[in-house]
Write a protein that binds this ligand. Structure first.
Ligand code: SF4
Ligand code: SF4
Length: 304
């Protein structure tokens, strides 16, 4: 049975598909968006996250660290990430939960054990499980086993994906997925490469294939001011989706800046720190523009 790397399992999620859901977050993503709101999802390796505000400077973690990587300053704990070997001993002894290791290996059975605890809520609400990330398709065999296990248990599944994956892998996985939450950011190949590090071809090919075979798809458009809210991108996206045989609905997810604190916890620079969220008027204008292409458009799940 395969083992995968998971960085979180969120219970009673209500924004990752219909009904009450369990969202399983896979660690690692082939894209490198510098605006990612889950930066701990990007690396395939475990990472240490530190919540400065929780640290009471008790010093227990200093004694626990065999690498001498932990010290205290006048306010909080400091980790020397060059010395740290990610053993997790500091997180284990920290009663204040100021230190956390993001990312741990889990077997399919362990993940299914968590998922199956809430079957009664899925049944009552029309919910299920959502595999998210990171990019679940980057751990395709693990994902496939989880999807098959859910099918055997009668649990409905959703896949939150950027779909930057080999078409053979994508199609093998797709037959077990009940709903796709398909992330579409920037239509122009060069601009997409500049923002994410990868091109658009496999993403667009996989989306075309999905909608042509009648799969249930919601396109999720993260609206990023100054990055993808320009007329050229909106027009290209609207035209691309309107030309598909089965036009998928579009859900706009406005940038909100909540991920900035996570960059701090990871000890990484947050390049978007000063970036404001889009105004309500700007969000509405983009929604109306996309609706003008004959698309069903919602904003954070609320229909126009
Ligand atoms: S064990 Fe936790 S609370 Fe104590 S110093 Fe270390 S990080 Fe701070
Ligand atoms: S994870 Fe291990 S090596 Fe890294 S700071 Fe904590 S105790 Fe030290």
């Amino acid at each position: 049975m395969s083992v995968g790397t998971i960085f979180d399992i969120k219970k009673f999620a209500i924004h990752d598909g219909p009904g009450v859901r369990t969202t399983v977050f896979f660690k690692g993503c082939p894209l490198g968006c510098w605006l990612c709101h889950n930066p701990e999802s990007q690396s395939f390796e475990p990472e240490l996250m530190v919540r400065d505000g929780r640290c009471n400077r008790c010093g227990d973690c200093i004694e626990a660290c065999a690498q001498g990587a932990v010290s205290l300053n006048e306010k909080t704990v400091h980790i020397d990430r060059n010395r740290c070997d990610l053993c997790g001993a500091c997180a284990d002894v920290c009663l204040a939960e100021a230190i956390e290791v993001a990312g741990r290996e889990m077997t399919v059975a362990e993940v299914m054990h968590e998922i199956e605890k809430d079957v009664v809520y899925y049944d009552e609400s029309g919910g299920g499980v959502t595999f998210s990330g990171g990019e679940p398709l980057s751990q395709a065999e693990f994902l496939l086993e989880l999807l098959r296990s859910c099918k055997r248990c009668g649990i409905r599944t959703a896949l939150d994906t950027c779909a930057h994956a080999d078409s053979g892998v994508f199609r093998k996985v797709a037959v077990y997925v009940d709903l796709f939450l398909f992330d579409l950011k920037i239509m122009d190949d060069q601009r997409h490469r500049e923002f994410t590090g990868v091109g658009v071809d496999p993403i667009h090919q996989n989306l075309r294939w999905l909608v042509e075979r009648g799969a249930a798809v919601i396109v999720r458009f993260p609206l990023l001011p100054g990055i993808n809210d320009d007329e050229e991108n909106i027009r290209a996206m609207g035209g691309f989706l309107a030309a598909l045989d089965n036009r998928p609905p579009v859900d706009i997810l406005p940038y909100h800046g909540a991920g900035v604190a996570k960059y701090d916890r990871l000890g990484r620079e947050a390049r978007m720190r000063e970036m404001p969220p889009p105004s309500a008027e700007a969000i509405e204008a983009v929604a109306r523009r996309l609706a003008g292409f004959g698309l069903h458009v919602s904003i954070r799940g609320e229909r126009l």
